[in-house]
Design a protein around this ligand. Structure first.
Ligand SMILES: Nc1nc2c(c(=O)[nH]1)N[C@H]1C(S)=C(S)[C@@H](COP(=O)(O)OP(=O)(O)OC[C@H]3O[C@@H](n4cnc5c(=O)[nH]c(N)nc54)[C@H](O)[C@@H]3O)O[C@H]1N2
Ligand SMILES: Nc1nc2c(c(=O)[nH]1)N[C@H]1C(S)=C(S)[C@@H](COP(=O)(O)OP(=O)(O)OC[C@H]3O[C@@H](n4cnc5c(=O)[nH]c(N)nc54)[C@H](O)[C@@H]3O)O[C@H]1N2
Ligand code: SF4
Ligand SMILES: [Mo]
Length: 732
């Protein structure tokens, strides 16, 4: 199916509408405040430079936005490189009989999408079409996408890439606290932590402006402990690094709680007054004495004792989790184990103390609140609860009985593509599933067996290679909306420049398609703000209550924290000061047991393989691999390998090393480094094609969150090509 896109000259930037506009970075959940100007400054073309100046957008950190306070990472200040990128898709494309893209009018492309999806529904039933959404979408788009799936397509099958990202932390937060908001406090509170324990996250590379908060925390005398199989940039600045065995976090957390009990560090007052469930947890962790935990985790008893003493009162101890501890088939239970520890030490709710999780995607938080998750409706309502269905149906003006029920989760949805009783027509909006999904050989086979695939994106990416129709959309700086950052702060994305003439917003596309499904009236809005106002009504009374918000209110301050139930409500920066969100106001502890991963190393595949992120690239790499600056800095993935393991296989820096799992094999450039456990290999997942780390990963799902096990597969080294050049810089 591979074919080049017809090249069209990208428009330059003639009418940069609102330069000096304050908006936010397109990438991660930090949602750094930015100010956009022109670089180089537009000047009348003259003489030798006639026509040669192509202005680009300059992006600077917004000093007035308190979260990043003027700082940006390299991805943020290079994001402008993509606005007029030569590979940007500028017109709808329809796959011709020869397998090549052909330009089409919007009318023709949208008619085709509607016709094909309708034909599939006539043949196989309404449930035979599905939607795959994204945490890249604004709140307004996420809301519309959920409404579109339920009302226009009338299918239960909508899920999104947040299932790959935040679902385990979300499920654990809901179970323990009765609410799921990544940080239950503003990020500035971090500086108050006397001990910060970061588990399975590498914020120095994944949320880099965090450095300023960590610096301040350290200047105030605070300590940092990092739990990660790699000695990451973050771990390198820690007082204590616990290089845990991949997949053993739950045992570690239980082992720490065992020691807290033994050392009499448990806060019994807090447990009695503010929690339930302690007895069962206490009994469970008694099975985790240090010898046993040391065997499972590779962490010494003395390091564990140090950790728990530093975290316990009278210190302020704060535990933060990331994908390293969550993207496992026991991700929910692992997060619950960390929450148990935080609750038992009695800190939760006090500034600089407690528990939080570091959200990933730009709108990873808002994306999971407004109804694009298979089991959810706007406001974090649940689609299987009658009262919740009734509220949302009223706002939408439909009969509650007409709303579909709960659909399939992301991996299960993709796994059903083209299968009997599965999905035959799919709309993907804002995700490159052909790179980002686990066990790619299987997912590619499924994508190939679909009858019809439509993709809305900026680029002709790896997933679009499987598509029949590609609909080009506007980018962040070309549109209005709101995003909810990792603190639960709702902020404004603002239009700074005019989009290229041939592209449309995702919202416009959904409303046009809805019209073709006879639901046009329910998708007609005068402005993005009108969508937001409806969203606020739909969330009223829900857990993620935005009812008191408006664009004007959000703009008056540096964003508003939900819940914000009425127009006079100031928003809720700190969630747990007085109560938790279960009916009794208490937090719940849950007894959880360590168990093996979906796949453990064995004699055939003896090495752990884990995956994650580089500073310079973002997720599937659709965007950052196309940035000349970022691709120049990191042109290809590197496999991190410890010198001991390398020596065993005769590998030196710069060798090409092929590793195989039970799914497939991938050849990587080797980087020899002591910053990883000798039993573990690491590769980033930002590349596609033959470089995709996800060709190796496995898709065992967490039974509760349905999160796939991205962080653990068993592999072996199958071939080593000698280094052809000197790769000294690859030794670290
Ligand atoms: N530069 C950059 N920044 C990003 C992104 C990006 O792609 N690039 N993506 C954004 C998104 S969507 C997300 S979700 C966040 C993710 O942010 P992070 O959670 O910080 O990212 P990861 O690199 O996936 O995983 C963190 C660490 O988990 C470790 N790890 C692996 N296995 C285990 C384990 O079993 N236990 C423990 N404790 N640790 C383990 C890895 O070695 C890795 O260092 O980043 C966001 N920011
Ligand atoms: N092995 C391994 N795999 C992983 C992970 C891991 O740690 N290891 N992490 C997982 C995680 S946490 C995540 S979040 C996923 C992310 O992986 P993906 O779901 O692929 O996410 P992105 O790469 O961010 O893709 C976003 C897409 O949206 C497009 N886009 C940007 N803005 C817009 C817009 O406004 N509208 C539309 N329609 N499109 C837009 C971009 O061009 C890009 O193609 O990957 C998961 N996969
Ligand atoms: S930290 Fe995240 S939001 Fe900030 S500039 Fe970097 S990628 Fe953008
Ligand atoms: Mo993510």
């Amino acid at each position: 199916m591979r074919s080049a896109l017809p090249q069209i000259d990208p428009p330059t930037l003639p009418e940069l509408a609102n330069l000096g506009t304050r908006t936010h970075c397109p990438y991660c959940a930090f949602q750094c405040g930015t100010v956009l100007t022109l670089d180089p400054p537009a000047r009348p073309s003259s003489g030798e430079t006639d026509g040669t100046i192509t202005p680009t957008v300059r992006i600077q950190g917004d000093p007035d936005f308190p979260v990043n306070a003027g700082k940006l990472c390299i991805k943020g200040w290079t994001a402008g490189e993509l606005l007029r990128h030569p590979q940007r898709v500028l017109q709808p494309q329809i796959r011709g009989r020869d397998g090549r893209w052909q330009r089409a009018t919007w009318e023709a492309a949208l008619d085709l999408v509607a016709e094909r999806l309708q034909r599939i529904q006539q043949q196989h039933g309404t449930d035979a079409v599905g939607v795959f959404g994204s945490g890249v979408l604004t709140n307004e788009k996420a809301y519309l996408l959920g409404k579109f799936a339920r009302l226009a397509l009338n299918t239960p099958h909508i899920d999104y890439n947040g299932r790959y990202c935040m679902s385990s932390a979300a499920a654990a937060g809901n179970k323990a606290f009765g609410i799921d908001r990544g940080l239950p406090f503003p990020v500035g509170d971090l500086v108050l932590a006397e001990t910060l324990l970061i588990v399975g996250s590498n914020p120095l590379e994944t949320l880099p402006p965090m450095v300023q908060w960590l610096d301040q925390q350290q200047e105030l005398g605070g300590r940092l402990i990092v739990v990660d199989p790699r000695r990451t940039a973050t771990a390198q600045r820690a007082q204590l690094h616990l290089a845990v065995t991949p997949g053993a976090d739950l045992a570690l957390a239980n082992g720490l709680l065992y020691l807290a009990i033994e050392e009499n560090l448990v806060d019994r007052n807090f447990l009695t007054n503010r929690t339930t469930g302690w007895d069962a947890v206490r009994r469970t962790v008694l099975d985790y004495p240090p010898v046993q935990v040391e065997r499972l985790t590779g962490i010494s008893e003395s390091a564990m004792r140090q950790t728990v003493r530093w975290l316990a009162k009278p210190n302020r101890g704060l535990i933060l989790t990331g994908r390293g501890t969550e993207q496992h088939a026991k991700g929910v239970d692992s997060v619950l184990a960390w929450i148990n520890l935080a609750l038992a030490l009695g800190h939760v709710g006090e500034p600089g103390s407690g528990f939080g999780t570091l959200t990933g995607q730009g709108n990873g938080q808002g994306g999971r609140e407004h109804g694009q998750k298979a089991d959810q409706l706007p406001g974090y309502r649940l689609i299987e609860i009658d009262a919740h269905r009734e509220h949302v149906a009223r706002v939408w003006g439909v009969d509650p009985a007409s709303l579909p029920r709960k659909g399939r989760s992301a991996v299960e949805l993709l796994d059903s593509l083209g299968q009997p009783n599965g999905i035959h027509g799919l709309l993907v909006m804002g995700s490159n599933v052909a790179v980002a999904s686990p066990d790619l050989p299987r997912i590619h086979e499924r994508l190939r067996s679909l009858s019809f695939l439509a993709v809305c994106d900026l680029f002709d990416h790896e997933t679009a290679q499987f598509a029949d129709v590609l609909l080009p959309v506007t980018q962040w700086a070309e549109e209005d909306g709101t995003m909810t950052n990792f603190e639960g702060r709702v902020i404004r994305r603002r239009t700074a420049i005019a989009p290229p003439p041939g592209v449309r917003t995702d919202g416009w596309i959904l409303s046009e398609l809805a019209q073709r499904f006879g639901q046009g009236d329910r998708f007609r809005y005068d402005s993005t703000e009108a969508i937001f106002d409806e969203l606020c009504r739909a969330t009223a009374g829900g857990v993620a209550d935005y009812a008191g918000m408006s664009y004007a209110r959000i703009e008056q301050s540096a964003g508003l924290f939900w819940p914000c139930p009425h127009p006079a409500h100031p928003g809720t920066p700190r969630l747990f000061a007085d109560r938790f969100f279960h009916a009794d106001g208490k937090a719940k502890l849950h007894p959880v047991q360590h168990r093996p991963a979906g796949e453990e190393p064995d004699s055939d595949y003896p090495i752990y393989f884990t995956t994650g992120r580089d500073l310079e690239h973002y997720n599937s790499g659709t965007q950052t691999r196309r940035s000349p600056t970022l691709a120049g800095k990191k042109p290809m993935p590197r496999l991190q390998i410890h010198p001991d393991l390398a020596a065993e296989h005769g590998i030196v820096a710069g060798c090409r090393v092929t590793i195989a799992s039970r799914r497939s094999a991938v050849e990587f450039l080797a980087e020899i480094t002591r910053n990883i456990r000798p039993d573990t290999l690491f590769a980033p997942f930002h590349w596609g094609g033959r470089d995709a780390a996800n060709l190796l990963t496995q898709a065992t799902l967490d039974p509760t969150s349905r999160m796939p096990e991205f962080k653990l597969a068993a592999v072996r080294i199958v071939a080593v090509q000698p280094a052809i050049e000197s790769f000294q810089e690859l030794e670290s």
